[in-house]
Design a protein around this ligand. Sequence first.
Ligand code: SF4
Length: 380
Amino acid sequence: MVLSKPSFEQGPIRPPNEANSLLLRLTRNCPWNRCLFCPVYKTKAFSRRSIEEVKADINHIAEDKEKIKEISRQEGYDGDINRAVVASVHAKFPELLPVAFWQFHGGETVFLQDGDSLQLPAKEVAEVLVLLREKFPEITRITTYARSRTILRRSVEELKLLKQSGLNRVHVGMESGSDRVLSYMKKGVTGAQHLEAGQRVKEAGLSLSEYVLLGLGGQEMWLDHAKETAKVLNGINPHYIRFRTLAIHSNTPLAEEVGKGRFKTLSDDEVIREQALLIDNLEGITSYIYSDHILNLLEEINGQLPEEKPRLQDTLNSYLNFTDRKRELFRLGRRTGYFRTLADMDNPSLKTAVEGIYQEIKSGGYSIDDYIKQLLRRFI
Ligand code: SF4
């Protein structure tokens, strides 16, 4: 089957928790595009879409929604967009699939793409938000990515205008609060700028999600990375702190740095030590911590600060206090999909399955580390 293009434009990425959201593209690619670790837009130039183009997309999405409802009615489902209707759309009208999928998941959330939507003038973004809310009154949440440097070019009043027009949350790729790490990684922003931008988003009344990239300090800067990131987060008190773990993509400048021996990555265990230190240093804030990314070793590091901090610390320390073999077994179980939490190691059938793979790898003379690296390539 030849897939037809949707009637509107979409970009390549979104935050993990926006998997069921409508992806609406306001700009293309990233205006900075220099971060050493980032593979996403490296060969692509940044451009702003015109407000007319974006509005036309919203109108197309509304038309698509009506077409899907009509398909539902014709198939006897009374306009309901259920699994059978999505399957039918998939088979007969694949160009309608993004909207069918969105509607199937409730049609209530929207993510504005790509990497830095606030590059558009605030008035234009506000017009888009108003039209979205008008066409789809059932929308409950609209979010976007924004760079801290771009946020600092917007006044609190402009950010308030976005909030009043229907924007709910800004996702910021902080990655680190350490100036050493940020400068080495060419992130184009300082810890102080992250701090000011985060505070500005909150002052405007918007929800704020800050992404932290574990492992970004490597062997040389991990202490600085953990402590300085905690310090900036303490100054912002974002609504959400979201952990991701560094993976080195082959087509990035960071891969070259690793090849030349200038950047030494952390092992899984060292990443957990870094995460434990970072969380130890989070003080006086009420953020919710999420580890909602497939590459994070401990997916269960989720909880409300400050009350759940001791539980998160206990989990991290439990892992670090395991024997070498038990940590290796957990890593293998997690990366093969058998284990999701440390408690899964107490499940006899899961443990037996992972022990079996472990013995097979060892008896073949292979290293568990190499095997895990192979597995991780599937997600990079
Ligand atoms: S600002 Fe974000 S999208 Fe742009 S290069 Fe850096 S990490 Fe990638």
